[in-house]
Design a protein around this ligand. Structure first.
Ligand code: MN
Length: 424
């Protein structure tokens, strides 16, 4: 289904006075309001194709109804999100869950919604019915050359799909690792992974990147072959300029200082981008900002400061993407919440008085440095996001409008109550 523009306009008209009052209140204290609004309007977050259905756990899966049954319907759902928030203008595909059989038609459909294709994601963490060799004991690090070859060829095939869709990056996450001490030679596993990635790297078009994701544990519980940012950085450094490290917020051990990792990767020009989500325990894939919004703000503070130091465009300098999978929420509502949380953290980081912070740091004024950060963090920036959306043609309150229009009920009528979307 499509959300007609007049419904967005009616909604905005209804909420305009209230919005203006809130905006005026915050605008009075902000220097360079228009610049901030322009940055917010330009800032877009890619939606992964696997987040549009209700996610499962290893114990079960409870479909929410009206889930997209095809790639076309997934694109329609991202189109809906983008029509509401004007902040999600791209989709990241997962191969083989979302193979574009007719790339030209898929691209045309996406562009009708104002969408393009972000990074393509390969999958060597599951066995597909058609494949010859199993990934039970890993893929790019496998001891058997034939398995590695199959995994390399899959990644090269994913690049080919991506080229047809005008994607510019291959995102690689490996489940490779070991469950028990002694199961594998860690150095050998790393060297084989590097060798396999080198073959994939050679197949990248000139204007492409490969993003190397890391994760400390799960599905393997003793070692993961690309287990942390150091191992990813080592690989991407050895591979070359087109390889960078991808940071998934959920892929860290508890209390890891992610903002410091981000700061150093940015300094080295090796930060590929983000997979946003939130977590309390591990790779929980919860809605962005639902558990630890302060950490998200501190990460964005390092991002804004670090990108400005390198003269990078905030919107296009690195990849911004959600990686989450939900088993109790309406996926569209959840994604609207996640995008909002990301942009709130970004807006707050834009409000940090950087010259004053630098001065406080130079003077070792620890108290003032904290005050400066928290002054920005404790500002309610939601009217700024709403204004940026309004200027872009989106809804002042995307979630409210989504519910008022009973979109999920319409999707259930169109697609049925028992549809299941491909994904985890
Ligand atoms: Mn991820």
């Amino acid at each position: 289904m499509q959300l007609e523009k007049y419904k967005v306009d009616e909604h905005n008209h209804q909420h305009l006075n209230n919005h203006q009052r809130k905006l005026d209140f915050i605008a009075a204290d902000i220097d360079g309001l228009d610049t901030i609004l322009q940055k917010l309007a330009a800032f877009q977050i890619a939606i992964p194709s696997w987040a549009l259905g209700t996610g499962g756990t290893r114990f079960g899966r409870f479909s929410g109804g009206g889930e997209p049954r095809s790639l076309e319907e997934k694109i329609d759902d991202v189109g809906l999100i983008h029509a509401l928030n004007k902040s999600s203008n791209s989709i990241s595909l997962h191969i083989p869950w979302d193979i574009p059989e007719n790339a030209a038609a898929i691209k045309a459909l996406a562009s009708q919604h104002g969408l393009h294709f972000d990074a393509v994601n390969s999958n060597t963490f599951q066995d597909q019915p058609s494949q010859q060799h199993s990934y039970k004991h890993g893929s790019l690090h496998h001891v058997d050359k034939a398995v590695r070859k199959q995994a390399v060829e899959h990644n090269i095939e994913v690049i080919k799909y991506g080229v047809e869709l005008d994607s510019k990056a291959l995102s690689v996450w490996l489940a490779d690792g070991s469950n028990f001490p002694g199961q594998l030679n860690m150095r050998g596993a790393f060297e084989r992974t590097l060798e396999s990635l080198q073959e994939i790297y050679e197949a990248l078009p000139a204007d492409w990147k490969v993003w190397v994701e890391y994760k400390p544990y799960e599905p393997n519980f003793y070692s993961t072959t690309i287990g942390d940012w150091g191992q990813s950085y080592l690989l991407s450094s050895k591979l070359g300029k087109k390889a960078q490290t991808l940071v998934d917020l959920g892929h860290h051990l508890g209390s890891t200082n992610i903002e410091q990792i981000v700061s150093l990767l940015l300094m080295e020009g090796k930060l590929a981008g983000f997979h946003f989500n939130d977590s309390k325990y591990g790779d929980d894939d919860l809605t962005v900002g639902c558990i630890n919004p302060y950490q998200l703000f501190l990460i964005f503070n390092e991002l804004v400061e670090g990108m400005d130091a390198r003269g990078m465009n905030h919107a296009t300098g690195i990849g911004w993407m959600i990686d989450a999978s939900h088993n109790v929420k309406d996926p569209i509502e959840d994604l609207l919440q996640s995008v909002e949380a990301i942009k709130i953290a970004y807006a707050q980081a834009l409000l940090v008085n950087q010259p004053a912070l630098v001065q406080a740091q130079q003077q070792n004024d620890v108290v003032l440095a904290q005050e400066i950060l928290q002054q920005a963090y404790r500002t309610d920036v939601r009217p700024l996001l709403a204004e940026a959306r309004l200027r872009n043609g989106g809804a002042l309150q995307p979630l409210t409008l989504y519910r008022q229009q009973a979109v999920r009920n319409q999707l259930i009528k169109e697609r049925g109550a028992l549809t299941v979307s491909t994904g985890l």
